[in-house]
Design a protein around this ligand. Structure first.
Ligand code: NAI
Length: 335
């Protein structure tokens, strides 16, 4: 069988550690992937003088698939987020973030199963910020009918394909009457085309509280960029932390898979990061390309590995290093 080409971006901070672990697991599982390394982030600045060289974007566009480690973005200074630039440059308009309880990881709730659909190309991530006069700045939130319609329809069609019962539109249209109002109009239009799927709406602040009190009430959530960013981390906390939450950036012709988490500078270089979030993102990629047999084999080994505290990483109460966790998982692969 021909190997499937996938661009590999190691990323910054814990990125190289978790990508190495995932590549090891995929190789041992004979996942049939040919990795094509490309540069972005600190590594690219050093070797090519740019955090996101055009050649990297072109390669992903050509190949159509990438697995990406997290990339650091300076706070209140430095270059624009490379993560946001990749999503915008490749028009990866839907960020799909499944949030599922892992039976082996005990948390307050044991049956969370929801999917966050985050609009990935506009909102307050437009990059349009101006200093009007010293001490006065504006950040422009962009909301277009095209992008809101596209994400609304994506949410309903994903709900339908995956046999989901409900889509919730999350917004703040009581305050941002025009931008979030437009988004709601578009979600409602998509809902009208899918009468078989229930549709309701929540204001983002009340949504945050409801998720903490009873996440099992929710199914598919659709929302604009910033809300999706924040709610994703909240939901990752509900299932055991950022070490466990995967995501996929989906466009019409390209898909880039990455963990929800960032480069975790506080633990970078220590070899203690949990590679599960990136591994589950890569597993989503296998489903995406139709290799569900291998995806299921890796997922089953992951469950077996997480079952004992002795074979977990530090964030889940274990002592294993990132790579030792990967090796324990490989030892539990069937076939
Ligand atoms: P973060 O997600 O990197 O870390 C938050 C906390 O979660 C830290 O305590 C970290 O140690 C922990 N954590 C994250 N991933 C983990 C893992 N796999 N295993 C164990 N613990 C883990 O968020 P933070 O610190 O706010 O951001 C750091 C940098 O990452 C920033 O420059 C930010 O812009 C960037 N970032 C990049 C993203 C991307 O590449 N898609 C997404 C989010 C943040």
């Amino acid at each position: 069988m021909d190997e499937k080409k996938v661009v590999l971006l190691e990323g910054d901070g814990i990125g190289p550690e978790v990508t190495k672990a995932v590549v090891h697991i995929f190789e041992q599982a004979k996942a049939g992937i040919e990795w094509l390394p490309a540069e972005a982030g600190a590594q690219a600045v050093e070797s090519q003088g740019s955090p996101l060289p055009d050649s990297t974007v072109d390669t992903i566009r050509e190949v159509g698939l990438a697995l990406k480690g997290p990339i650091t973005t300076g706070i209140a200074k430095g270059f624009r987020s490379v993560n946001v630039q990749i999503r915008q440059a490749l028009d990866l308009f839907a960020n799909v973030r499944p949030i599922r309880s892992l039976p082996e990881v005990k948390t307050r709730y044991d049956n969370v199963d929801l999917i966050i659909i985050r609009e990935n190309t506009e909102g307050l991530y437009s990059g349009l910020e101006h200093e009007i006069t010293p001490g006065v700045v504006t950040s422009i939130k962009v909301s277009t009918e095209k992008a809101c319609t596209r994400i609304g329809e994506f949410a309903f069609s994903l709900a339908q394909k995956q046999g989901r019962r409900k889509v919730t539109g999350v917004h703040k249209a009581n305050i941002m009457k025009l931008s979030d109002g437009l988004a709601l109009d578009c979600y409602r239009a998509a809902a009208a085309k899918h009468p078989e799927i229930e549709y309701d709406e929540r204001i983002i602040d009340a949504m945050a509280m409801s998720l903490v009190l009873d996440p099992c009430e929710f199914d598919v959530l659709v929302m604009e960029n910033l809300y999706g960013d924040i709610i994703s981390d909240l939901c990752a906390g509900l299932i055991g932390g950022l070490g466990l939450a995967p995501s996929a950036n989906i466009g019409a012709d390209c898909a880039v898979f990455e963990a929800v988490h960032g480069s975790a500078p506080d633990i970078a270089g220590q070899g203690v990061a949990n590679p599960t979030a990136l591994l589950l993102s890569a597993v989503e990629m296998l489903h995406h390309i139709g290799n569900s047999e291998c995806a299921d084999r890796i997922t089953s080994a992951l469950h077996k590995t997480l079952a004992s505290e002795k074979t977990r990483t530090r964030d889940l109460g274990g002592k294993l290093s990132t790579m030792d966790f990967a090796k324990e998982l490989v030892a539990r692969l069937d076939g």
